[in-house]
Design a protein around this ligand. Structure first.
Ligand code: MF3
Ligand code: CO
Ligand code: CO
Length: 286
């Protein structure tokens, strides 16, 4: 056993937003790529007739087979390698005996730790052919996430990400969930900043708005997730008695996509891009 150096110790949350150098980017690229490969692996596996527990077991095995650990196992008492959220489930759905039916839509969210770095990524999948309104919700949620990511550059604020997401939701008469946020990550799973996804559109995202001025400013080397949840109906969420599963109160459909990103000198790097270009699984094979 060798003496530990500072770099071996897990940092504490400080309340400040951490910034990272080239080693951090390299670590996040590897972790991000692996979790994207894991979600690519699931594309042909999501079919009517399979259980969400089976998908979770494939994920767990894939993560271990590639020298990583599932970050969610043992996290605040959670026991699975993924969250699988079907139809009206917003997020944190627990894998189990539920059998996928034709037309179900589902978010699969995996966080793994590779060489100490966290890759956190989720996509929407469909079992068989989704209904038109479900497909539209998934497409627009992806578009909203990418618009949020497109607002990231040094000097922009978290508010700009939320504003871009909310503008797309509003234009399409969808609502943005406010109860769950993106988060800083790196050697920690959940760190500063808190990444809100919703923003009041009557406030212009500029210096004239107090809320904008108080929103964290982005700087090179910050790592965080963008993971908006959009609903066909109202934004309101409820937690089921299992203590985890978040559902829409009106039981209408919800969708979510998540990328882990880093702020660069002149923009943003997405760590969790699909190597196969399967970033929108319900469109694969069209
Ligand atoms: N991966 C989720 C996120 O995006 C967190 C899941 S925590 C769990 O932050 F315990 F529910 F798995
Ligand atoms: Co996350
Ligand atoms: Co996640």
């Amino acid at each position: 056993m060798t003496a530990s150096t500072d770099a071996d110790l897990l940092p504490m949350r400080t309340g400040e937003i951490r910034t990272h150098g080239p080693d951090g980017f390299e670590g996040m690229r590897k972790a991000g790529r692996l979790v994207a490969e894991c979600l690519d692996m699931l594309v042909p596996e999501v079919q009517p007739g399979v259980t969400t527990a089976h998908l979770d077991s494939l994920i767990h095995q894939f993560v271990l087979d590639h020298g990583a650990l599932p970050a969610t196992v043992g996290y605040r008492g959670y026991r699975h390698a993924s969250c699988i959220s079907l139809n009206h489930v917003i997020c944190h759905g627990i894998p189990g005996p539920r059998v996928l039916k034709e037309g179900d839509i589902l978010n699969i969210d995996v966080t793994l730790i590779l060489e100490g770095w966290h890759g956190d990524h989720s996509r929407m999948y469909a079992a068989g052919k989704p209904k038109r309104k479900a497909e539209r919700l998934m497409d627009l949620t992806y578009e909203a996430m990418m618009a949020g990511i497109g607002a990231i550059r040094p000097g922009a604020r978290i508010a700009d990400i939320a504003h871009a997401i909310t503008a797309i939701a509003r234009k399409n008469r969808l609502s943005v969930v406010e109860d769950f946020c993106g988060h800083g990550l790196g050697r920690l799973f959940h760190d500063e900043p808190n990444v809100v996804h919703a923003w009041p559109l009557n406030q212009t995202p500029d210096e004239s708005s107090k809320a904008w001025r108080e929103s964290p400013e982005l700087a090179p080397g910050m790592f965080f997730t963008v993971e908006p949840m959009l609903n066909l109906g109202k934004k309101d969420a409820a937690i089921l008695s299992d203590g985890w599963t978040a559902v829409t109160r009106d039981r209408q459909l919800s969708a979510q996509f998540e990328h882990s990103v880093g702020v660069t000198e002149d923009g943003v790097e997405i760590f969790t891009q699909s190597p196969k270009g399967w970033h929108v699984p319900h469109r694969v094979g069209e």
